[in-house]
Design a protein around this ligand. Structure first.
Ligand SMILES: NC(=O)c1ccc[n+]([C@@H]2O[C@H](COP(=O)([O-])OP(=O)(O)OC[C@H]3O[C@@H](n4cnc5c(N)ncnc54)[C@H](O)[C@@H]3O)[C@@H](O)[C@H]2O)c1
Ligand SMILES: [Zn+2]
Length: 486
């Protein structure tokens, strides 16, 4: 039964009392965020239950005139809202009756004139959270929805779109939609895949950028995976000494990691990501609909970073991810949504605390010391980044166990999860002498030691300086099958 129907058949009082009973039950049984519509909070029973169960009440206050204007474009039928005058009259009556009671909430945020992103920033500030380094939006729709969102996040100027050629159809459709909205967008095509993250691809973007009009009021928009956001982000950081950039992430790796937090760069023959810049995007759009064409191997690669984030976050996140593993393999929307949310929250909390990686942000390198070395010794060809991270995570946990730092069983548990998600977990059989050199090239190295992220248990990870010799010796031992000593 719809709301309108319920009001007509049962009457407002009966609907309200059902609602109050349901909300009171949810307040007792659930935690998280409970969004109360209508007049729920006006019920003394609901307010008392909320207080008793330790909930924090947040009042998002909107003046009746703005609420009425927003409802004017809302297709949902609402009781008592037939036409603008009736709507405004109803909202004004409700506001007069409820504002004083709602204002007893623990936190009150006035939302008039604010975009959703600004409201979130105010709420976060009210709860004492660090301001988000940049807004992030999940987008379900296709090119037309993307064009609408672009108009919102980049209100003026031309767009220089750096896009993965594999997304040509979707990108061209978006450019047409933008043109229909009066926005000029020029596309520079690049290739995806690690082999394309080169200085020559970067210089190609520079050249094409100046083949047409470009000025400081313009914005670079990347559309693609991590390779394209790293490349296009670095181009944006350097074009005219820095243009704003928006990343539209189209791979899971891009959505959960690469597009977030402002690290950009290219690879050199001497190593991965050796040249780059911190350049915070002005927004990140996680383009959910584009995942439909992403190959399974690339999807699984992104999941490796989600497992890493679960380890950084804690037992609850890890257990949820284990429970979600079968649904993730089927790419069920709810499970994918939870995985993206977990990784986004974990990464952004660390980036907000430490944008330039002077401390805690480096925890995101869990699994990457050995992961990056593995990519290097296999010439960036054998493994996708996430696959190398999966092997690196298990190696870091086993190494931690050998040092007596990691709780017993965690490495095996995480290896089992990664295997279920379709990821490799074992170091390949390569000549042992090649590792030392690759490990010593890591940017996180200091003299003869490497900065290693060790994980005691889920949610308890810490940076530790470990002598290169010890890591190298452990790798040699583990490759030869004896893994007990370090
Ligand atoms: N800057 C950071 O903080 C950060 C973090 C993590 C990873 N990275 C980098 O990200 C890169 C890996 O990212 P990635 O896995 O997204 O790589 P990628 O950009 O190469 O994309 C993977 C593959 O998917 C294709 N593709 C992209 N979107 C698609 C779609 N919607 N449908 C079909 N195919 C699509 C690409 O052409 C490519 O072949 C690495 O270079 C890694 O170093 C950077
Ligand atoms: Zn990574």
């Amino acid at each position: 039964m719809g709301l309108q129907q319920a009001y007509e058949q049962l009457g407002e009082e009966a609907v309200r009392s059902h609602e109050a009973a349901l909300v009171t039950r949810l307040l007792a049984e659930r935690d998280g965020v409970l969004a109360l519509g209508g007049g729920s909070f006006a019920s003394p029973g609901v307010r008392a239950a909320a207080k008793e169960q330790g909930w924090v009440a947040l009042y998002l206050r909107l003046q009746p005139s703005e609420a009425a204007a927003r409802l004017a474009t809302d297709p949902v039928a609402r009781p008592g809202c037939d036409g603008p005058n009736a709507t405004l009259a109803l909202l004004s009556r409700r506001f007069a009756a409820r504002d004083e009671i709602y204002a007893t909430a623990d936190v009150v945020v006035d939302c008039d004139g604010l975009s959703p992103v600004q409201v979130v920033d105010r709420v976060a500030a009210a709860f004492g959270a660090e301001p988000a380094p940049h807004p992030i939006a999940w987008l379900e729709g296709g090119p037309s929805a993307l064009a609408d969102m672009m108009r919102e996040v980049v209100p003026s100027g031309r767009l220089l779109v750096v896009a993965d050629r594999k997304l040509q159809g979707a990108v061209e459709a978006t450019v047409s939609e933008l043109a229909a909205r009066g926005r000029v967008a020029r596309v520079v095509w690049v290739e995806g895949g690690e082999a394309a993250k080169t200085v020559s691809a970067l210089s190609g973007i520079w050249t094409e950028a100046f083949a047409g009009p470009l000025d400081r009021g313009d914005t670079v928009v990347t559309v693609g995976g991590g390779v394209v956001s790293d490349l296009g982000g670095f181009a944006a950081a350097t074009l005219m000494r820095g243009l704003p950039v928006v990343h539209v992430a189209t791979t899971l790796m891009g959505m959960v990691d690469a597009a977030l937090g402002g690290k950009t760069g290219v690879d050199l023959p001497a190593g991965k990501n050796l040249v780059g810049a911190f350049h915070m995007p002005s927004a990140v759009i996680q383009w959910g609909a584009s995942l439909a064409t992403l190959p399974d191997r690339d999807f699984a690669s992104g999941l490796a970073e989600v497992v890493k984030c679960a380890l950084l976050s804690g037992e609850r996140a890890l257990a949820q991810l284990e429970a979600d593993a079968p649904a993730l393999c089927e790419r069920e929307a709810a499970a994918v949504g939870r995985a993206v949310a977990l990784a986004t929250q974990t990464k952004m909390a660390l980036v907000a605390r430490d944008p330039q990686e002077r401390g805690d942000r480096a925890l995101l390198n869990l699994g990457h010391t050995i992961g990056h070395a593995l990519e290097a010794v296999t010439g960036y060809e054998r493994y996708l980044h996430g696959e190398a991270v999966a092997i690196g995570l298990v190696a870091a946990l086993r190494f931690g166990s050998a040092l007596g730092e990691t709780e017993p069983g965690l490495a095996a548990r995480v290896a089992a999860l990664l295997t279920r998600l379709g990821l490799p977990t074992e170091l390949p059989d390569l000549p042992p002498e090649i590792w030392r050199e690759a490990l010593s090239r890591d940017k996180k190295r200091t003299d003869d030691a490497v900065r290693f992220v060790l994980c005691r248990r889920a949610g308890q990870c810490a940076l530790k300086i470990v002598e290169l010799d010890r890591v190298d010796a452990w790798i040699r031992r583990s490759l030869s099958g004896s893994m007990d000593d370090v």
